[in-house]
Design a protein around this ligand. Structure first.
Ligand code: CAA
Length: 240
């Protein structure tokens, strides 16, 4: 049956691949984007998917966006909390601003959006929620105290939500991608990225489509008994 899916940060990178895959699966997809108007406009036109601008780190903006989506689509059955940013620096060089921004966009966003949709999912006794975490939330990474803290926090959030929601036929699972071929990873200094890829047993970056396939499965009816799980997809970089 066709479902309504919201993918945050859904116009670029891993989010873009997830949005397109869920649409191909037959779902009605809406996406959120933070700032890149041009990418969002192109994405929206090319894929015929509504894109809503909203700072996911800001509760009031999220509330307005969710109201607009409910006005038009009536419900949200599938939520993919994908929006995320990096502001890498070792802690001894990290500014408070870069700590706070990463916590807002990567973690507070997940409270904001999920808390705004969970009551309706509970009423409808249906929901599929996937949080996009990271291998670096599992293992830590030099220069990512902020990012890794938010990404591992998603695991605790998701497990707790799964406990609260299973009885209402709502699942909450985490996907932990490794280093994926996106703009975010391309921004890493070339020599550092090369040394990281050398440590990946598969000796390559992952592709966004590989993540999208897993998300597609997790939100399908076939996966209704998978709840509170954390799934790694990282070419063997971290086995957990
Ligand atoms: N382990 C131990 N020491 C390290 C290290 C590591 N992994 N990386 C760097 N160092 C050391 C360096 O050797 C250097 O030592 P010396 O001063 O003695 O020479 C010192 O730390 C400073 O290193 P940098 O010059 O690299 O420091 P910087 O401040 O210029 O840069 C950084 C810091 C931006 C964090 C840079 O190291 C970096 O980009 N690292 C990669 C971070 C990363 O993997 N980010 C992932 C982004 S993509 C993503 O997050 C998606 C996802 O989910 C996977």
């Amino acid at each position: 049956m066709t479902k309504i899916a919201l993918v945050t940060g859904g116009t670029r990178g891993i989010g873009e691949a997830i949005s397109k895959k869920l649409k191909n699966d037959g779902h009605t997809v809406v996406v959120n984007y933070g700032s890149n108007e041009e990418a969002a406009k192109d994405f929206s036109e090319q894929n015929n998917i509504d894109a809503y601008k909203c700072d996911v780190g800001d509760y009031d903006s999220c509330s307005k966006m969710i109201s607009k989506i409910y006005d038009k689509y009536k419900t949200i059955d599938i939520l993919v909390n994908n929006a995320g940013i990096t502001r890498d620096a070792p802690l001894h060089k990290m500014t408070q601003e870069n700590w706070k921004r990463v916590v807002d966009v990567n973690l507070n966003s997940v409270f904001n959006i999920t808390s705004l949709v969970i009551n309706k999912m509970r009423e409808e006794q249906y929901g599929r929620i996937v949080h996009i975490s990271s291998v670096n939330g599992q293992k830590g990474q030099f220069g990512q105290t902020n990012y890794a803290a938010t990404k591992s926090a998603l695991i605790g959030f998701s497990k707790s939500l799964a406990l609260e929601s299973a009885i209402k036929n709502i699942t909450s699972n985490v996907v932990c991608p490794g280093y994926i071929n996106t703009e975010m990873v391309a921004a890493i200094r070339e020599d550092i990225l090369k040394s990281i890829v050398d440590t990946i047993p598969a000796k390559r970056l992952g592709e966004s489509d590989e993540i999208a396939e897993l998300v597609s499965y997790l939100v399908s009816d076939k996966a209704q008994y998978i709840n509170g799980s954390t799934l790694s997809i990282n070419g063997g970089l971290w086995m957990d």
